[in-house]
Design a protein around this ligand. Sequence first.
Ligand SMILES: *[C@@H]1O[C@H](CO)[C@@H](O)[C@H](O)[C@H]1NC(C)=O
Ligand SMILES: *[C@@H]1O[C@H](CO)[C@@H](O)[C@H](O)[C@H]1NC(C)=O
Ligand SMILES: *[C@@H]1O[C@H](CO)[C@@H](O)[C@H](O)[C@H]1NC(C)=O
Ligand SMILES: *[C@@H]1O[C@H](CO)[C@@H](O)[C@H](O)[C@H]1NC(C)=O
Ligand SMILES: *[C@@H]1O[C@H](CO)[C@@H](O)[C@H](O)[C@H]1NC(C)=O
Ligand SMILES: *[C@@H]1O[C@H](CO)[C@@H](O)[C@H](O)[C@H]1NC(C)=O
Ligand SMILES: *[C@@H]1O[C@H](CO)[C@@H](O)[C@H](O)[C@H]1NC(C)=O
Length: 815
Amino acid sequence: MTLAEKTNITAGTGIFMGSRCNGNTGSAPRVGFPQLCLNDAANGVRQADNVTVFPDGITTGATFDKKLMYERAVAIGKEARGKGVNIWLGPTVGPIGRKPKGGRNWEGFGADPVLQAVGARETIKGIQEQGVIATIKHLVGNEQEMYRMYNPFQYAYSANIDDRTMHELYLWPFAEAVHAGVGAVMTAYNAVNGTACSQHPYLVNGLLKDELGFQGLVMTDWLAHMSGVGSALAGTDLDMPGDTQIPLFGNSYWMYELTRSALNGSVPMERLNDMATRIVATWYKMGQDSEDYPRPNFDTNTRNREGPLHPGAWPNSASGVVNEFVPVQADHDVVARQVAQDAITMLKNNDNLLPLSASRSIKVFGTAAQVNPDGPNACPDRNCNKGTLGQGWGSGTVDYEYLDDPIGALKSRASNVTFYNTDSYPSNAQVGADDVAIVFITSDAGENSYTVEGNHGDRDASRLSAWHNGDKLVKDVANKYSNVIVVAQTVGPLTFEQWHDMPSVKTILIAHLPGQEAGDSLANVVFGDASPCGHLPYSITFKEEDMPESVTKLIDYALFNQPQDTYSERLYIDYRWLNKEGIKARYAFGHGLSYTNFSYTDVAIEKVTQLDTLPPPRKPKGPVLDYSQAIPNYTEAVKPAGFSTVWRYIYPWLSESDAKKAAADAESKSYPYPAGYNDDQKPGPRAGGGQGGNPALWDVAYTLSVRVTNTGQTHSGKASVQAYLQFPDGIPYDTPVIQLRDFEKTAELAPGESETVELTLTRKDLSVWDVEIQDWVVPAVDGAYKVWIGAASDDLGTVCNVDALQCESGVSGTV
Ligand SMILES: *[C@@H]1O[C@H](CO)[C@@H](O)[C@H](O)[C@H]1NC(C)=O
Ligand SMILES: *[C@@H]1O[C@H](CO)[C@@H](O)[C@H](O)[C@H]1NC(C)=O
Ligand SMILES: *[C@@H]1O[C@H](CO)[C@@H](O)[C@H](O)[C@H]1NC(C)=O
Ligand SMILES: *[C@@H]1O[C@H](CO)[C@@H](O)[C@H](O)[C@H]1NC(C)=O
Ligand SMILES: *[C@@H]1O[C@H](CO)[C@@H](O)[C@H](O)[C@H]1NC(C)=O
Ligand SMILES: *[C@@H]1O[C@H](CO)[C@@H](O)[C@H](O)[C@H]1NC(C)=O
Ligand SMILES: *[C@@H]1O[C@H](CO)[C@@H](O)[C@H](O)[C@H]1NC(C)=O
């Protein structure tokens, strides 16, 4: 590739400059390299027709089911490919869910690094097996929406994360994603330790590329690119969507400026060659050079067949066919429904109120039972909370082809359903002694680009209470009816102490964010076709203040200064905090009831690999690419005669005089690199050596097996097996009381039926990050680790002792 071809493929051509896809890169037509289509969302294909709205990440996490996580991703990958998406902008693992009110936690899988890591790994496998490049995002510390972005008047907040917390918590899912071969990484809007992530050399070059050995491409988040030379040297490979922070003027820090920076010698050619290689190699690796890889065939700005080809060039854009209406849903509703159903988390069910018989008299309350009367897509990017809440809001959303709502499904199954489509208790409600009342409540959140009912992305206004006075509705209903079921469609934890203990509130179901299959998935559980089998992917506390102030307080604006978000709670988020402080959760992480009961027996642990304190040394770093790294002739930077440009579109070319001048500058001027800058290759970090880090970190150290039996008489069900590790006493590191390390879900087990599931612990699982050694250390080889096994973080009736290789059932857990 020529210089201009290389700089063309490492940036977008400008926001809205392609009508198709949320972002489009420049191409290199001479050598057959196309514009790449980059598209949201983490639960499907955003702003496209004829696609499936899959349940969101948090819903998927609540299944605790690796197979479903994978199958959902296979379906999303097929849809993305069918629409011609090259790079799909998911999965999300950052935010991890540190702040219960954080706006985008629902795009990820839950407030635990292992749950996020497994969700990401299974998603990446499913997506990339279809040839679509997956993007793990956002690296890192985007735990709050408000003040996440730099603008000319305001610094983004700085996430101040210490090294150990970074490794053991926030970087953990990214390491797993890199190990799974993820093709792309997106950096976060915010800063880490005062430096914006898109130009953070220690974060991108150091942690991600050197230590984690990431071989793919690193892109910015949309309009988060803030510098030319700096971001290139820091390790960013792709500037999206190509504009400076003030878009639509045809200005960029890269493209023509990166061409200039290469010609004038400020960005070494080996850096540009590396950037271009990472992009082209990832495209080849997924097989996208194949003839049958579809070209983009949908438009993110209009549903009309024809429209502007470059909406950002309005009113000067040419027009053409932009939507080809390629249907890609196939039978993906099946897996979407299964995920939504298996995520439904039953928190309580007094007197076995559920399942209901279809002949019961049912009174339904709450506007969330029915689809938004204006249509499920009435609000762009779902930036309102009206009717059934199937997704959060913002760029992580998909347009509905349909939304199967709960009221439709309940009415089609039961003969005597009355719906009061209101969020305040209706004066005309009929109360029968035997009635079952189902109350639908919601809590929404999303991206900071929209404010919804006073919530700026984060739940800053609603906090953890139900929206639309939902708590009052539940109380009013519970005062009248004696059998009340609460169904919550929610982005995350709620507090519900106002009504939780009212005797008539017998049942609580968390439906999370079910996507398009909100109806039958719920009805199947309510009427007992399936037992609920979801588990909480976060803890529900009695009150918000049960979590530390560093996570409950949202970071505020700081005039002329950078707001500081300091992770002073360190490793202790969610259940790790509650356990450390001895605070009882209302419902603990991992909790979820079934219509049946399960026993966990015949538990065994086996040693697979003998560990040492430190992993075996890594292999030395390989050589750099064997390319000519000479600065090319300036003529490679000049636009060919006769090429006609689109207004405000971003191109890689310079004028001939600028190109000549840049080449001359290489001889006469030098760039003011910061003190200490040099481009000598350093030996690789000791914790590195493969994709994800030292390959030995993934050695299986122990396997555990447990026989799960459905001990009930009447209902089948799926059981969740969760394994939490407790480090030995007396080690020189403070560690959380217990940490989730693996989980499995059984198949549907009939009464009396059993299944043996296997869980694994890797070397990394048994290690802590030692900040001085800068490596993963097993603090007590063959020591008194305990592996707690059960159905929730506070329901761990079985323990295996790593030192004795013996397990015991019928114990009471440590928390
Ligand atoms: C850069 O990309 C644009 C858009 O695809 C294309 O028209 C142009 O020819 C490309 N330039 C080079 C140098 O290949
Ligand atoms: C952030 O600063 C802390 C404290 O100095 C340090 O431990 C950590 O490594 C830094 N992380 C990054 C990514 O700069
Ligand atoms: C080279 O060009 C870049 C981009 O315009 C500029 O930031 C840098 O200062 C230039 N370097 C020199 C040595 O002129
Ligand atoms: C889905 O595709 C069909 C043609 O296959 C088209 O008629 C319909 O309008 C599309 N749906 C949407 C929402 O655009
Ligand atoms: C529906 O339930 C009500 C009690 O709320 C009862 O009076 C009525 O007879 C039932 N109707 C049918 C068709 O079963
Ligand atoms: C499950 O076991 C508990 C405790 O033994 C018991 O109270 C409950 O009724 C059982 N539930 C079912 C559905 O069998
Ligand atoms: C650059 O290319 C032009 C046109 O081919 C040629 O005239 C010139 O000598 C070249 N410059 C160098 C330094 O090679």
